[in-house]
Design a binder for this molecule. Structure first.
Ligand SMILES: Cc1cc2nc3c(=O)[nH]c(=O)nc-3n(C[C@H](O)[C@H](O)[C@H](O)COP(=O)(O)OP(=O)(O)OC[C@H]3O[C@@H](n4cnc5c(N)ncnc54)[C@H](O)[C@@H]3O)c2cc1C
Length: 503
């Protein structure tokens, strides 16, 4: 195996799997080593008591089968290329926001309907609302007409620049702006600006001023074009389909295989060393681990250490999965909700509740007459380090904290506390254990005002060591790490003389 491999991928998260599958399909020999016994990392599912629960992600872009909506439907294009299919259900509402003072906003797929909700509450800001969301739309118009590729690939950049010169220039200018700065050019109502901060926080875990306009132009515009779709069978169906396509072309995921180090010789990555001491060699290595884990644990070179403060380290999560009596969930209940009960705390640890009810879109996820629910809030390992894992104190503290979050969520689902029949919880420590991520973090974030192009791309300071996943451009989110996987595979394929076709 070691003599013939082209690329080793460390980690079967969506970023790693996407790279591996596209390279394998193009005829490269690859292998994926995954520490867990299942693929998907933060985008996976688990079963308990007859329920299927999403381990993390559940708001999904990129599944629209209609290519005329643009090039951002990467999942649909990749699955088509790999010859695998995945059934999804369209979600009419991306997120239903519940905020103080009865401020309710369902982010409808129908853009006009969404804008009307805002204009009804803020008639004096009608013009600003339209101008701000049109600014996001103009970013989307550009991005959705460009093919996905690597920004480090000169041939790709030259080709795109020659074919779309005006759009490329306009996009370059837009990378200089933040979402919050743009909103403040058009809008001054403080409550509306807080909502716009929350729109950003819901996926970026940062306020709008810290979020690049370009990223916002994808998340807050594509929901009205490609839309949000939920995979039948839960979020684990996405990595399962990727693995199926990957294996069809001869790829292999080795589960329960933790990589302990990247072997570097004469300044170039030449392979990996596994936890059992064995070594596997290849022409290139792709790390799907975070930038901190790659350069502070896997690469043994003190000159390449990544200081904690190079990026903002996003918090981790406290997660709660519930099996509940179905009668407490109304028939018209939306799948995704965000609850803020105090604006002063929305961006503090535990301040915002993320809530989803996936079985409203896919009833197969819960036994008959029941619903599967998922709640999570931001949290840090430091809040839980005083407890010994498995100790009764740890279990009690988790239960008590979970009950306090559930009580707050009664505001959108009365009867929730009484309706709970099954509860599973996870602290940031659980995220460290399952995802092998530094402090269980959601990943590195740009500092306020930093240009989105400063996010690391796929190349690293070590020759032939590449990176794919949420530590690289464009950032967190399943569609974002899919883009990162595409760009990583494109760059490697070009270097190895067999460029990928555009998706
Ligand atoms: C609670 C939560 C909710 C979220 N909600 C959404 C959402 O609704 N929509 C959305 O788009 N995104 C969401 N996200 C974000 C999204 O899930 C992630 O950004 C994305 O899945 C990260 O993918 P990745 O490929 O970078 O890495 P990961 O998912 O972290 O996968 C990395 C994989 O590599 C493996 N690995 C790491 N180190 C090693 C090693 N040394 N050896 C072997 N294997 C290793 C890990 O076990 C893991 O399987 C959410 C995330 C969380 C945690």
């Amino acid at each position: 195996m070691s003599e013939t491999l082209d690329v080793i991928v460390i980690g079967a998260g969506i970023g790693g799997l996407t790279s591996a599958a596209l390279l394998q399909e193009r005829g490269f020999k690859t292998i994926v080593f995954e520490k867990n016994a299942f693929p998907g990392g933060s985008c996976s599912a688990f079963r308990k008591g007859g329920y299927t629960f999403d381990a993390g992600a559940s708001v999904f872009y990129g599944f629209n089968e209609d290519d005329s909506v643009g090039t951002l439907n990467l999942h649909a294009r990749i699955f088509r290329k790999l010859g695998v299919s995945l059934e999804t259900v369209p979600d009419p509402v991306q997120i239903h926001y519940h905020m103080p003072a009865g401020f309710e906003v369902p982010a409808w797929y129908d853009r006009r309907r969404f804008l009307d909700v805002l204009i009804r509450r803020f008639p004096h800001e009608k013009e600003g609302i339209v101008k701000f969301y049109d600014a996001l739309e103009s970013v989307y118009d550009i991005l959705s007409s460009l093919p996905a590729g690597s920004l480090e690939d000169v041939m790709h950049l030259a080709g795109v620049g020659a074919k779309h010169p005006l759009k490329t220039m306009a996009l370059g200018v837009k990378t200089l702006y933040s979402m919050g700065g743009t909103a403040r050019r058009f809008i001054s109502d403080p409550e509306l600006l807080r909502f716009i901060d929350l729109e950003s926080y819901s996926w970026a875990v940062q306020d709008a001023s810290s979020t690049p306009l370009v990223n916002a132009g994808i998340c807050l515009a594509d929901r009205h074009h490609g839309g949000i779709n939920y995979p039948i069978g839960g979020s684990g169906a996405i990595p399962d389909a990727l693995v199926k396509g990957y294996e069809k072309y001869g790829g292999s995921v080795r589960y329960r295989s933790e990589v302990k180090s990247v072997i570097v010789e004469n300044g170039a990555a030449v392979g990996v060393r596994l936890a059992d001491g064995s070594e596997v060699r290849a022409r290139a290595v792709v790390s799907n681990a975070t930038v901190w884990d790659t350069f502070n644990r896997l690469v043994d070179d003190s000159r390449l250490r990544v200081p904690e403060d190079r990026f903002i380290k996003a918090p981790s999560w406290f997660q709660i999965w519930l099996g509940v009596d179905g009668s407490i969930v109304p028939n018209d209940f939306h799948m995704h909700h965000i609850i803020v009960d105090d604006w002063a705390k929305y961006d503090k640890l535990g301040g915002t509740i993320y809530f989803s009810a996936p079985s409203v879109l896919d009833p197969s996820l819960a036994p008959e007459g029941k619903h599967a629910l998922h709640l999570f809030v931001t949290a840090e390992t430091s809040q839980w380090e005083q407890y010994e894992r498995q100790s009764p104190e740890y279990r009690n503290a988790k239960e008590e904290f979970a009950r306090s979050v559930i009580a707050r969520a009664e505001s959108i689902l009365p009867g929730l506390q009484k309706g709970v029949e099954l509860m599973v919880t996870a602290t940031p420590q659980t995220h460290v254990r399952y995802l092998n991520r530094r402090d269980g973090s959601y990943g590195p974030l740009l500092k306020p005002g930093q240009n989105v192009l400063l996010k690391p791309q796929n190349r690293t300071p070590v020759k032939n060591l590449f990176s794919a996943g949420d530590s690289t451009f464009p950032g967190q989110g399943v569609i974002a790490v899919t883009y990162s996987g595409v760009s990583c595979a494109s760059y490697i394929a070009r270097q190895f003389g067999k460029p990928l076709d555009y998706l």
